[in-house]
Ligand binder design. Sequence first.
Ligand SMILES: [Mn+2]
Length: 503
Amino acid sequence: MTGPVPELEDRAAACADRLCEADRVLLASHIDADGLTSAAIAAQALERADLPFETVFEKQLDETAIAAIAETDYETVLFTDFGSGQLDVIGDYEDADAFTPVIADHHQPADRETEYHLNPLLFGIDGASELSGAGASYVLARALAEASDGTTTGVAADGGTAVESTESHPRADNRDLAALAVVGAVGDMQASGGELHGANANIVEEGVDAGVLETGTDLAIYGKQTRPLPKLLEYATDVHIPGISNDQAGALRFLEDLDLELKRDGEWRRWSGLTGEEKQVVASALVKRAVSRGVPAHKIDGLVGTSYTLAREPVGTELRDASEFSTLLNATARYERADVGLAVCLGNRDGALERARSLLRNHRRNLSAGIDLVTSEGVTNEEHLQWFHAEDRIRETIVGIVAGMALGNDGINRSKPIFAFATKTDDGAESGDEDPAEVKVSARGTHSLVRQGLDLSVVMSEASRVVGGDGGGHDVAAGATVPAGEESTFIERADEIVGEQLS
Ligand SMILES: [Mn+2]
């Protein structure tokens, strides 16, 4: 077999073989777009390999969550999109024979090893930009197709007709799952500079070969499938075009000046419904406008990028565009509806899709209220960072995105990372009563700050440790949990670390 990522192939095969030895598997995954797609990929691969499994989701794989997993009578646990960073705790349970962990993750591993550990970082591949959790799960799924192929034909001891069944049903090679892997990677913001690269690019290629993905050069603006044309342009603020971005009347006037049929059957048309020629008209007018308003050339380049289209999904739905799909999934995740997100990934196109859409609408209302709040109340400036405390006025699950989106607004400087606190709300699902009050901190930077040395994952993990908390993530976006009341000590230490990184 030639796997999609040669460096990972042997380890993936070992993990897959181990899974095939299990009677049943507990699948535990992270709750976000990448974690949901990871779980959907793993779930389909396990099902196709005839391995019974059950799925659980966790916002954070902390000691309590791992203990709960250990208490189940599952002997094999597949962790996706987390597990590496918690290997120190997981390893203790493994030593105590509570379960055998199989891990498909891309986060920084804890200082401990285990046999069935599939992580790009162990093989010199960048886990922040070249392979996501869904990508690692996809590599495992591809290996699982091979591994289960071998065992099924061998296990005909119960009088089963294995030979006959393999001949009438050729086994899936799981390449069709590449589309979900791309949604996960895009959801984890790995399409930096407008396209996926490294191991991710290999997965894209497999998806294209399998007919589930199409790529093309297109406008790099969010909402090409679902947003009415004027809203598409008005809300496109990654590249700010004066007189169009954030300008309802301006965006409309710009479109009306083009020789274009803007409405059809009384409804605004969408980008995905335009002909190639019409797209060309709008795109070149946009570029012309940007040039005439003095937008720098390197920014204008950002208007165009590689689009990842899910070829088997209907035109004009969120599911057709990798970026809109991942946004939909994140909306389900942030409101603890992983069940809805997973169902959408698994192909439930009725009830679950409608639920997901209504969660997304609600999410957008919350975001805009959050951004208004931060912008009107402002931030506190330290020497090297800026921060605000939302208490319980912004949900902890969205405070990070709000902070990221507020960067660049009035009074919120893009030359410093932003740190946002929110009170941790107990969802009541678990026994949280005995826990002391905790505060969630989210930090967001810019790619330009990262190029200057900023690594928020290090900042969060070190500064939170000082106050007895816990944190980590990626260089440009990271999170932590700290005990309530320790915010100022945390900020003081974080400010020092950011200062050292940027010096
Ligand atoms: Mn991830």
